[in-house]
Design a protein around this ligand. Structure first.
Ligand SMILES: C[S@@+](CC[C@H](N)C(=O)[O-])C[C@H]1O[C@@H](n2cnc3c(N)ncnc32)[C@H](O)[C@@H]1O
Length: 220
């Protein structure tokens, strides 16, 4: 993935004006959409695999090709990394997807929102949770497609005491941080950062395209 990419363009200049209204609605109204069959199956696969493992767990949500999951598995050899993505095309680029191996990582195809709901319902806890370069959905009218604009945001926040997001669109992370503050009453800063070595395919692409990169670290 070496083609130059353009910085995110948006008709938003700051946090979306409807953010808190939507969060309030999601807090009050139960989200009842049925869980997709393929995510139920992925959750069962994860449950079976994780039952055999007595290590700290790390979640890499939206792992794409799983490059970041492998990076994390080397960075934390004592842990076990679960990488999730909905895109079979991306996951299949990784030789560890769908084949037996003995690395401390499992890559699964799943919808994140559904998987988070299932994991929260069953009280799963991850030592760390990473979300690298989530789809920005930069148009104003796409707020509800962003992670913090989705009802499952509340479940996701229950999964780990440490959450890290990276993005090349600062407003996405500022909005996410504002949503976390709305739910938890705690504020966390968005910081520009320079990667020592790109952690994922998108980080590499954005970095090589000269984009400024941002990070949000949340310790709950
Ligand atoms: C911009 S890419 C970043 C991929 C990877 N984290 C990286 O940094 O290279 C966003 C990824 O999130 C995945 N994704 C978006 N929405 C998802 C959802 N609801 N469930 C699972 N994966 C999703 C996409 O398939 C895509 O691989």
């Amino acid at each position: 993935m070496t083609t130059k990419s353009r910085p995110v363009r948006s008709n938003q200049t700051g946090i979306h004006e409807d953010l808190f209204k939507i969060l309030q609605r999601h807090r009050e109204k139960p989200y009842l959409k049925p869980i997709s069959r393929h995510t139920l199956a992925a959750f069962e696969t994860a449950r079976r695999r994780l039952a055999t493992i007595d290590r700290p767990l790390i979640l890499d949500s939206g792992c794409g090709t799983g490059e970041s999951s492998l990076f994390l598995s080397s960075m934390y050899p004592e842990a076990f990394v679960l990488g999730l993505d909905k895109s079979l095309v991306r996951l299949q680029k990784n030789p560890l997807f769908g084949t037996p191996h003995d690395r401390n990582v499992l890559l699964l195809r799943a919808d994140l929102f559904d998987f988070w709901r299932l994991a929260a319902r069953e009280g799963w806890r991850f030592e760390k949770h990473y979300i690298f370069y989530p789809n920005p959905w930069p148009k104003k009218r796409h707020l509800k497609r962003r992670i913090h604009g989705h009802p499952a945001f509340f479940d996701m926040l229950r999964l780990s005491p440490y959450l890290e997001l990276r993005s090349n669109w600062r407003i996405y992370l500022e909005e996410f941080a504002a949503a976390v503050a709305f739910v938890t009453g705690r504020s966390f800063p968005v910081e520009p950062f320079v990667p020592e070595r790109p952690i994922s395919a998108f980080e590499k692409k954005y970095w090589m395209s000269g984009h400024e990169l941002f990070r949000l670290q949340i310790r709950l």
